[in-house]
Design a protein around this ligand. Structure first.
Ligand SMILES: Cc1cc2nc3c(=O)[nH]c(=O)nc-3n(C[C@H](O)[C@H](O)[C@H](O)COP(=O)(O)OP(=O)(O)OC[C@H]3O[C@@H](n4cnc5c(N)ncnc54)[C@H](O)[C@@H]3O)c2cc1C
Ligand SMILES: *[C@@H]1O[C@H](CO)[C@@H](O)[C@H](O)[C@H]1NC(C)=O
Ligand SMILES: *[C@@H]1O[C@H](CO)[C@@H](O)[C@H](O)[C@H]1NC(C)=O
Ligand SMILES: *[C@@H]1O[C@H](CO)[C@@H](O)[C@H](O)[C@H]1NC(C)=O
Length: 633
């Protein structure tokens, strides 16, 4: 198994595992249905999954009071304090009641190791347990998605047309003047909105080493300092966290798009602890869904509910493709093998799976580290932790307001590999697109990957697209970098022996494309340059892994195979928004090809990863999805 501590380091986890502080606010809600017999027989919309996207869409669809919505969520209504706490925001990582955590398929290119699959399972979904980091991809990411549709027809998804949805999705609160003065933080409110109930805000103080580290990164030629983290540009920059500044607690889809709403909207029902097994069709029109209690192991007593206007899939990148396949929407051969009656042969379902590989380069320890305090004290110093806790409880200030971090480098290939990027891009571009996809990949999926390949090779040559991400936590032992645009593609499929109840088979297929190895070698060389040729050198860096003597490309890649974590918890792509003849699953209106009245609104529609973590983009997609759905009502 992949060691969990690596995952912890990724999101700057602090080591406080106890339930936290004073009681959270009490939560006003009314119409969580306690029993399935309270359900109406029919709703205008049935939303599968009450997660990040699902609750955002449900809020917008019910706002006018004119349309009825049922949200069906597998997980619980979790209102414990630990899921809402900023400073200890990652405590959810330890709670089996609010997540699914299960093994991936063995990773052939990672020495057969098995990795974690981890997704939120509660009202609020993964937004209720994520690392709270709020950044947006580059302009070029969204323009690339739009480019997959012919002519100008995908332009609804380009940067200019997504920007209003980023603004609608996020309520930005500027940092305090003290924090700005102390840390030289740049921000520009023109990239943000002020009305959403999803908040992006700042801690009351910052670890002292962060600004030093950012300044060192900016010594590298070509590293930009964009005017704001939301400007859509690479560089080394500060960004906010998904924290509600009124109480310094986690801001996520449940408090932002659900608490207090249901009481006022009789058109809005939620039921928790229920597993949707499949979408039901009537003449290739989605008619509703079948579901059972979360603990059921048989479909014998499954209930059905009807959707008058639309069934909306929001079960996330891991479960949306599974439910589609179990409903008869997927690759013909898979459906046959599982004995599932076919509704549409749609080979893109569960293909094109991507996540951000983590620890793809070396790690360093600064052996002469004159900074106090730093985030690792939460692991090592009980006095510090107790003092921080007391300060947070009394005043909502101090180190515990620093969620998991607020600064990072997002750097382009020309900046990190000025002499090699063109060669790496050319080698990748020259690949046969089918060569490294799973054997037997449908030609439409290959065609889609070929389009991604061309676009990503172009992105490699651009100073406007970030490939390299270095998370600046402000400690002496930072984790290795993240690869923002992996070139390997994985799969998510039903278990054909038990399509409805068994966990899906998740294969990251990490490093199956050798071009990812070329990027890793470039990342390794750059990270060494960063620590040994900038002002970071004065803190006596020692390379902890793989070790400075590991320099030949083959040796670097061999070492990384033993250590790379194939997920940063940012899975996307399994119901891609691409043309149908390019392996797409949904069109640019997010409607599933080949059937009527069925849409997907979650992270699975993302055709290829943005150069950023995914929550900000998922909320923006959901806001746009709600507008698209309302427009066709
Ligand atoms: C541990 C972790 C850390 C992360 N850190 C960050 C970060 O710091 N910054 C960032 O930007 N992003 C981060 N992310 C990613 C981000 O949170 C996700 O991309 C985003 O929340 C995904 O939203 P979604 O709506 O696609 O899916 P989710 O929010 O996961 O929602 C899917 C919902 O569907 C439900 N469901 C599944 N199957 C069924 C079924 N059969 N029936 C009914 N309901 C079902 C699930 O229980 C879940 O509630 C992190 C994610 C995780 C898990
Ligand atoms: C949490 O939910 C339970 C059940 O709905 C309720 O009894 C309790 O008061 C809630 N706690 C808070 C802090 O809102
Ligand atoms: C632990 O934290 C306390 C309180 O901040 C501090 O006074 C002390 O020096 C720290 N000890 C170490 C070993 O860092
Ligand atoms: C690097 O040095 C370590 C420790 O001396 C050794 O175990 C390892 O084999 C060396 N690796 C290479 C590629 O030389």
């Amino acid at each position: 198994m992949i060691v969990t501590t690596l995952s912890l380091a990724l999101c700057g986890l602090v080591g406080v595992t106890e339930a936290f502080g004073p009681a959270a606010r009490s939560i006003v809600h009314s119409t969580i249905l306690e029993r399935t017999d309270q359900l109406n027989a029919e709703y205008d919309y049935v939303i599968v999954g009450g997660g990040t996207a699902g609750l955002t869409v449900a809020d917008r669809l019910t706002a006018s009071g004119q349309r009825s919505v049922l949200v069906i969520e597998l997980g619980v209504f979790q209102n414990g304090t630990f899921v809402t706490t900023a400073g200890t925001g990652y405590q959810g990582l330890f709670d089996p009641n609010i997540q699914q955590l299960f093994p991936s398929e063995p990773q052939t290119e990672l020495n057969g190791r098995v990795a974690d699959v981890r997704v939120g399972k509660m009202l609020g979904g993964s937004s209720g347990m994520n690392g709270l980091q709020v950044h947006r991809g580059q302009k070029e990411d969204y323009n690339r998605w739009a480019s997959y549709f012919p002519g100008n027809s995908g332009s609804g998804w380009n940067w200019n047309n997504m920007l209003p949805y980023f603004k609608k999705a996020w309520n930005f609160h500027p940092p305090s003047s003290e924090l700005i003065a102390e840390n030289n933080i740049a921000y520009d409110p023109q990239y943000w909105g002020t009305t959403s109930n999803i908040h992006a805000s700042w801690p009351t103080e910052m670890w002292p080493f962060v600004k030093t580290e950012l300044a060192a990164i900016r010594e590298i030629p070509g590293v930009q300092s964009p005017p704001d983290s939301g400007a859509g540009l690479p560089g080394a920059f500060w960004y906010p966290a998904s924290v509600d500044p009124s109480n310094m607690l986690r801001s996520f889809a449940r408090p932002g798009h659900w608490d207090g709403i249901e009481a006022a909207r009789s058109n809005y029902h939620t039921i928790t602890g229920q597993r949707v097994l499949k979408v039901n069709f009537n003449n290739k029109k989605a008619a509703g869904v079948s579901f059972v209690p979360a603990e059921a192991t048989s479909a014998a007593n499954a209930l059905t509910v009807k959707a008058k206007k639309e069934v909306i899939m929001a079960a996330g990148t891991i479960h949306t493709p599974k439910i589609l396949q179990a409903s008869g929407i997927g690759a013909k051969a898979l459906l046959q093998a599982a004995n599932i009656p076919r509704v549409v042969d749609l080979p893109g379902v569960g293909a094109n799976f991507q996540d951000h590989p983590f620890q793809v380069g070396p790690s360093f320890l600064l052996t002469d580290f004159p900074f106090f305090p730093d985030p690792n004290l939460f692991f090592t110093n009980a006095t510090f932790t107790a003092e921080a806790q007391a300060e947070f409880d009394a005043y909502r200030t101090g180190p515990l307001t620093i969620a998991s971090g607020n600064a990072a480098a997002f750097l382009s290939m020309p900046v990190i590999a000025p002499t090699d990027f063109a060669t790496i891009a050319a080698a990748y571009e020259a690949q046969n697109p089918a060569s490294y996809l799973p054997p037997g990949t449908d030609p439409t999926v290959v065609r889609g990957y070929n389009a991604q390949k061309k676009a990503l090779a172009k992105a490699m040559r651009s100073t406007g697209s970030a490939f390299y991400n270095f998370f600046v936590r402000g400690t002496a032992s930072e984790p290795g970098p993240i690869l923002l645009h992996p070139l390997s593609r994985g799969t998510v499929t039903i278990d054909i022996t038990d399509p409805y109840f068994a966990l899906p088979k998740v294969d990251y297929r990490a490093l199956t494309n050798p071009a990812d190895g070329d990027l890793i070698v470039a990342f390794t060389r750059f990270t060494r340059r960063l620590f040994t040729t900038t002002s970071l050198a004065q803190y006596a860096p020692v390379e902890t892994v793989p070790g400075a003597n590991v320099t030949a490309p083959a040796d670097i890649i061999a070492e990384v195979r033993g250590r790379l974590v194939p997920t940063s918890f940012h899975p996307v792509g399994t119901a891609a928004m691409m043309p149908k003849n390019m392996g797409g699953v949904v069109d640019r209106d997010l409607l599933v090809y080949g059937v009527k009245k069925l849409s997907v609104v979650d992270a699975s529609v993302i055709p290829d990863l943005p150069g950023a973590y995914t929550q900000q983009t998922v909320y923006a997609i959901a806001e746009k999805a709600a507008d698209l759905i309302l427009a066709r009502a």
